[in-house]
Design a protein around this ligand. Structure first.
Ligand SMILES: Nc1nc2c(c(=O)[nH]1)N[C@H]1C(S)=C(S)[C@@H](COP(=O)(O)OP(=O)(O)OC[C@H]3O[C@@H](n4cnc5c(=O)[nH]c(N)nc54)[C@H](O)[C@@H]3O)O[C@H]1N2
Ligand SMILES: Nc1nc2c(c(=O)[nH]1)N[C@H]1C(S)=C(S)[C@@H](COP(=O)(O)OP(=O)(O)OC[C@H]3O[C@@H](n4cnc5c(=O)[nH]c(N)nc54)[C@H](O)[C@@H]3O)O[C@H]1N2
Ligand code: SF4
Ligand SMILES: [Mo]
Length: 890
C-alpha cells in the first residue's frame, strides 16, 4: 500500500528541529501526505529519528499557514509588502540613523537566509543591530569558547560519545531534547558496559534513566562543582603537565582561584546541596577516566554566569589535556537546527561574519572589501534582551522578526509584548499566520517552511547538511533568503543581493570563510566555495573546517594549537556567582523552565501533530510533594505562579524527582494554545554580563492554589470560540480538539451556555445532556449520524473523567449503544478499557495498557513491553518512561 502511495521521489533532507541534525528521508505521497524515515546513510543519526522527527508528516499541512503577505491585517501582493518594509526601514534610517532599526532572527533560519540578513544589516544598513534567538541559547558557550580557544569552536564529534568511557551531562536533558544522541549514548552503554554516565541536573529527568550517578545540584551551582573538580584534579596529581605547559596559558591563576573558592570536597558539597560521598564519586570517576566527554546545555548556559560555567568545565579538560583526541572534550549540545550556522555567518550582534569580530578593525576591513560594502557597522549591536528594551524606550523604531516568536520566548515576556505594541514598525516573516508575535506585526511576510525550500544547516558537531525542497511552497510563501534580498534590492542594494538561488549565496559564504584566512580563523569552508548547482544539490554531510572539496574534520585541536594570539588555549579563573535573584519570604521557590519530550518551542509546528500533543497536553508545574503539602496544592489541581515580573496558571504535577524548593514549568505554551501558560511572562530578564544570555533557569516565584468555581473539558471535532471561561488550554487530537477549561463564575444556565458553544441552535436535537444542579455537575454530548461530534464535562473540582477513552471515540465512525451510554458517564462500558494517558507517541500506547500488560504478562523490561505492545520500538523516546513503569510495578 505504502509503496503505491509514495511518489517516485524520495528526498534526503535534514530534520528541522533540534541541533542533533538528523538526516530524514522524505517520501511525499500521492494523496498530498508525507511519510518520513530516518536516513540510514546520515552520519548523525544512522537512520534513527525521535518522536518529533517521526511525526514530521503530521506537521506539513496547510492548516494555520500564513499564505499571503499582509499589511495591517489586509492581504496584499508581494510587491506592496516588500516596498512597505523597504521604505519604512529606509525612512527610519534617514531620520534616525542606522541604529534605529533592527532584525531579530533565529537559529531556525537556513545558513543562506541568515547570511543575507546579516550582510544587509552589517554591511549595507551599517548597523550591527541584528541579534538572534541563539542569544537565548548558545551565546554563553560562544563567549566561553572564544575565551578558551580564541574562536567559537566545538572540538568534539558525536563519535566521541561512543568512544568515551565517561560522559558527563551537565544541565542537559538529552533524553528529551537531543533524543537521538541520547539513543546513541544508550546503545554505546549496551555495547560497552564500562561506559559511565553522570547527570548533573537539579531535577531527576528522563536522562537520569541511564545515569550511573545523578548529582541533583542546588540550582545555579555548577561553577562551584567544576571549580571543585579543577582543584581536586590538581591536588590529586591528575594534571597533564606536558599539555598544560605547551598548549595552554593561565593555569596558575585559574588553579589559585579554584583553590580559594572550592577548597575542599566537603565545602563544595555543602554549597551545591550534595553529599560529599556523591561528589567525591564524581570527582574520582573524572580523575581516573582519560576518555571523558562533558556535555553542557541550557542548565549551564542559561544563567547570569553561563559563560563562566562553561569555562569552569573547559578548565577541567585543559588541565587534564583531555581535548582534541578521540572520546574526550567539552561538548556543547546546540539547540536549534542551525544554531551553529547562525554563528558561522555572524548572526549575533557582537559578531561580524565567518567567525570574524565586529570590534576588530582588520576583520571589518576584510569583510568590507569582500562584500564591497558601502557602510560597515563598526560597533556591536544590541543583544536580544537589550534590543527589546531599546524598542521599549523608542531608540529602536523599526524591527524585522524572522523565524522566532519573541512575545513568547524572551524573558519578562509581557514587557516584550508591550514593547512590540509600541514599536513604530514591526515586520514578521513566519510560516504560521497566528502567533503571539505575528499578532503585533504591521507587515506579515509568508515564509516557505521546511520541505518547501533549499539550504544548509550545521549541527552540534559542526556538520553541514542540506535541507532540501520536496514540496511546493504553501500559497504565496517564499524562502527567507528571497524575502531579505528583495527588501535589500528595494532599499537600493540591488547588485549585492542579486542571487539566483541559495547555492550562489552558499558559495559566497564559503568564499568569505576562506578570504584572507591563512589558517588564522577556525571557520573555513573554502573547499565548498566553487560548488556547482549539482554539487550543491548533492552535497553530502561534512564537518568543518572544509578547506578542500570533500574534506571533513571530525575533531579540532588535535595539533594542540588554538586560535588565540599565542596559539595556546586559555584557562579562565572562575569566581562562582549566585543567581541574580534569590528566593525570599515572598517568592520562596526557584522557577526552573525547559522543554517537554514531544513539543518544539511555541508549538507552531509540533502543535499540529495529534501524535505529539498526547504526552503533555497541558502546561504544568512540577513540584516536590512535600513542598505542596498544606498549601492546597494537590496533584491535578491548578496552580497560580507569581514572580515580580508576571504570572501564569498551570496544572500541578507532584513529583519526587523534583528538588525541594524548586518548580519546573515547560516553556512551550503561548496564547495560541492557552489562556495563561506563557511562562516567560514570569521569568526574570537577568542576563550574563559577558554573553547577554538570559537566566531562564532561575526566577524566584510563589505558587498558590488557583481555585476557580468550576472545572471542565470539551472534546470537539471543530475549533470553538470559548465563552465565559477564565482558564483554557487547547490541544489537537486525532479527529478532535481538546479543551481543558475552568471558570471563576458559573454560567447562569449551563445548558444554554454549552449549547451556545457546541450546537447549531439552542434546541439542537443532537445534544444529550445531564445536569445535577446540586452537585454542580453538567455533561453533554452531541451525536451526529452516529458519530460523536463533541462532548463536555463540568464539575466543581478537577476530578473529571479521564479524557483518553472519550478521545478514542472520535476515531470511530459509529458508536454502539453501550458506548453511547458510556459516553455520558465518561467511562468505557463493561468489557472495554481506557488506554490511559499516551506514553508511546509513535504507536499511541497508553499508560493503562502498559501497566496492565506489565502486571498480566509479568513484563520485566522496556524490551519486553516493546515485544508485547510495540511501545518504544520506533523512535525510542518513551523508553525511559517504560523503564520507570517497570520499576514502579516491582
Ligand atoms: N523536545 C524538545 N527538544 C528540543 C527543543 C524543544 O523545544 N523540545 N529545543 C531545542 C533547543 S533550541 C535547545 S536550546 C535544547 C535545550 O536542551 P536542554 O538544555 O537539554 O533542555 P532544557 O529542558 O532547556 O534544560 C536542560 C536541563 O537543565 C536543568 N537545569 C536547570 N537549572 C540547572 C542548574 O542550575 N544546573 C544544571 N546542571 N542543570 C540545570 C533543567 O532541570 C533541565 O532538565 O533543546 C533542543 N531540543
Ligand atoms: N522560559 C524559557 N524560555 C526560553 C527557553 C527556556 O529554556 N526557558 N529557551 C530559549 C531558547 S534556547 C530558544 S532557542 C528560544 C526559542 O524560541 P523561539 O525561536 O521564539 O520559538 P519557536 O516556536 O521555535 O519560533 C519559531 C517561529 O519561526 C517560525 N518558523 C519556522 N520555520 C520558519 C522558517 O523557515 N522561516 C520563517 N520565517 N519562520 C519559520 C515558526 O512558525 C515559529 O513561529 O526560546 C528561549 N526561551
Ligand atoms: S533528535 Fe529528533 S528532533 Fe532532533 S534532529 Fe533528530 S529527529 Fe529531529
Ligand atoms: Mo535553544
Amino acid at each position: 500500500m505504502k509503496v503505491q502511495n509514495t511518489l517516485a521521489t524520495e528526498v534526503s533532507t535534514t530534520c528541522p528541529y533540534c541541533g542533533v541534525g538528523c538526516g530524514v528521508v522524505a517520501m511525499p505521497q500521492v494523496d498530498g501526505g508525507l511519510e518520513v524515515r530516518g536516513d540510514e546513510s546520515h552520519p548523525s543519526n544512522f537512520g534513527r529519528l525521535c518522536s518529533k522527527g517521526s511525526a514530521l508528516g503530521q506537521t506539513v499541512g496547510l492548516e494555520g499557514r500564513l499564505l499571503h503577505p499582509q499589511i495591517n491585517g489586509e492581504r496584499c501582493d508581494w510587491d506592496r509588502a516588500l516596498n512597505e518594509v523597504a521604505s519604512r526601514f529606509r525612512q527610519t534610517i534617514a531620520e534616525h540613523g542606522p541604529d534605529s532599526v533592527a532584525f531579530y532572527v533565529s537559529g531556525q533560519l537556513l545558513t543562506e537566509d541568515y547570511y543575507v540578513a546579516n550582510k544587509l544589516m552589517k554591511g549595507y544598513i551599517g548597523s550591527a543591530n541584528i541579534d538572534t534567538n541563539s542569544r537565548l541559547c548558545m551565546s554563553s558557550p560562544v563567549a566561553a569558547h572564544k575565551r578558551a580557544f580564541g574562536a567559537d569552536a566545538v572540538p568534539c564529534a558525536y563519535e566521541d560519545l561512543e568512544r568515551a568511557k565517561l560522559i558527563v551531562l551537565a544541565g542537559s536533558n538529552a533524553a528529551w531534547c537531543h533524543p537521538v544522541l541520547f539513543q546513541r549514548i544508550t546503545q554505546a552503554r549496551q555495547e560497552n558496559p564500562d561506559l559511565m554516565v553522570v547527570v548533573i541536573d537539579p531535577r531527576r529527568t528522563a536522562t537520569c534513566d541511564i545515569a550511573d550517578l545523578h548529582l541533583a545540584v542546588r540550582p545555579g551551582s555548577d561553577a562551584i562543582v567544576f571549580s571543585g573538580l579543577l582543584h581536586y584534579l590538581a591536588q590529586q596529581g591528575e594534571a597533564n603537565p606536558l599539555f598544560v605547559d605547551h598548549c595552554t596559558e593561565g593555569s596558575q591563576q585559574a588553579l589559585a582561584m579554584a583553590a580559594e573558592v572550592a577548597p575542599t570536597v566537603e565545602s563544595v558539597a555543602v554549597r551545591c546541596g550534595l553529599t560529599a560521598e556523591a561528589l567525591s564519586q564524581f570527582y574520582r570517576l573524572f580523575a581516573r577516566t582519560e576518555r571523558v566527554v562533558t556535555v553542557y546545555s541550557q542548565g549551564v548556559n542559561q544563567s547570569i554566569s553561563g559563560t563562566d560555567k562553561v569555562n569552569a568545565i573547559i578548565n577541567c579538560h585543559l588541565l587534564t589535556g583531555r581535548i582534541g583526541r578521540p572520546g574526550m572534550g567539552p561538548f556543547s549540545f546546540t539547540g536549534q537546527p542551525n544554531a551553529m550556522g547562525g554563528r558561522e555567518v555572524g548572526g549575533l550582534a557582537n559578531q561580524l561574519a565567518a567567525h570574524m569580530e565586529i570590534e576588530n578593525a582588520d576583520h571589518r576591513d576584510t569583510v568590507q572589501r569582500f562584500w564591497q560594502a558601502p557602510t560597515m557597522a563598526d560597533h556591536a549591536g544590541l543583544k536580544a534582551v537589550d534590543l527589546f528594551q531599546a524598542i521599549e524606550s523608542g531608540r529602536v523604531k523599526a524591527l524585522w522578526v524572522m523565524a522566532t516568536n519573541p512575545a513568547v520566548t524572551l524573558p519578562d515576556a509581557d514587557r516584550v509584548r508591550a514593547a512590540l505594541k509600541k514599536c513604530d514598525f514591526v515586520a514578521v516573516s513566519d510560516c504560521v499566520e497566528e502567533t503571539d508575535t505575528t499578532a503585533l506585526a504591521h507587515v506579515l511576510l509568508p515564509a516557505a517552511a521546511w520541505g518547501e525550500k533549499d539550504g544548509a544547516v550545521t549541527n552540534s558537531e559542526r556538520r553541514i547538511s542540506r535541507q532540501r525542497k520536496f514540496l511546493p511552497a504553501a500559497g504565496e510563501a517564499r524562502p527567507d533568503w528571497w524575502i531579505v534580498c528583495e527588501v535589500a534590492k528595494r532599499m537600493g542594494f540591488a547588485q549585492a543581493f542579486d542571487y539566483d538561488g541559495p547555492a550562489a549565496i552558499f558559495r559566497e559564504h564559503a568564499a568569505l570563510s576562506g578570504f584572507e584566512n591563512f589558517g588564522e580563523r577556525d571557520f573555513d569552508i573554502s573547499g565548498l566555495s566553487e560548488l556547482s548547482e549539482t554539487d550543491y544539490a548533492d552535497l553530502t554531510p561534512a564537518q568543518w573546517p572544509i578547506r578542500q572539496a570533500e574534506a571533513s574534520t571530525p575533531r579540532l585541536f588535535g595539533d594542540g594549537r588554538y586560535f588565540t594570539p599565542s596559539g595556546k588555549a586559555r584557562f579562565v579563573p572562575v569566581e562562582p556567582r549566585l543567581p541574580a535573584n534569590l528566593p525570599d519570604a515572598d517568592f520562596p521557590f526557584v522557577l526552573n523552565t525547559g522543554r517537554v519530550r514531544d513539543q518544539w518551542h511555541t508549538m507552531a509546528r509540533t502543535g499540529k501533530a495529534p501524535r505529539l500533543s498526547e504526552h503533555s497536553p497541558e502546561p504544568y508545574a512540577e513540584m516536590h510533594p512535600q513542598d505542596a503539602q498544606g498549601m492546597g496544592l494537590v496533584e491535578g489541581a491548578l496552580a497560580h505562579i507569581f514572580s515580580r515580573w508576571g504570572e501564569a496558571v498551570v496544572r500541578l504535577r507532584l513529583n519526587e524527582g523534583q528538588q525541594r524548593g524548586s518548580v519546573f514549568v515547560p516553556m512551550h505554551w503561548s496564547e495560541q494554545f492557552s489562556s495563561s501558560g506563557r511562562i516567560d511572562a514570569v521569568v526574570n530578564p537577568e542576563r550574563d554580563a559577558i554573553s547577554g544570555q538570559p537566566e531562564f533557569k532561575h526566577t524566584p516565584v510563589r505558587v498558590v492554589a488557583y481555585e476557580p468555581a468550576w472545572h471542565g473539558f470539551i472534546l470537539s471535532r471543530r475549533k470553538l470560540d470559548l465563552v465565559g471561561v477564565t482558564y483554557w488550554v487547547v490541544a489537537k487530537g486525532e479527529g478532535f480538539y481538546r479543551y481543558e477549561i475552568a471558570g471563576e463564575q458559573a454560567p447562569e444556565n449551563w445548558p444554554a451556555w454549552a449549547r451556545g458553544m457546541l450546537c447549531a441552535s439552542e434546541d439542537d436535537v443532537n445534544w444529550i445532556e445531564y445536569l445535577d444542579q446540586g452537585a454542580r455537575r453538567y455533561r453533554g454530548v452531541r451525536m451526529v449520524n452516529d458519530r460523536v461530534e463533541s462532548c463536555l464535562f463540568i464539575a466543581p473540582s478537577h476530578d473529571l473523567p479521564p479524557r483518553s477513552w472519550l478521545a478514542g471515540l472520535f476515531g470511530q465512525t459509529t458508536l454502539d449503544d453501550n458506548e453511547r451510554k458510556g459516553l455520558l458517564l465518561g467511562k468505557p462500558p463493561a468489557g472495554q478499557k481506557d488506554v490511559g494517558r499516551i506514553v508511546c507517541a509513535c504507536f499511541s500506547v497508553g499508560i493503562n495498557t502498559i501497566t496492565d500488560a506489565i502486571r498480566e504478562q509479568n513484563l520485566q523490561s522496556a524490551e519486553a513491553i516493546g515485544q508485547a505492545l510495540k511501545a518504544g520500538t520506533n523512535c525510542g523516546s518513551c523508553v525511559p518512561e517504560l523503564k520507570a513503569l517497570v520499576a514502579g510495578a516491582k
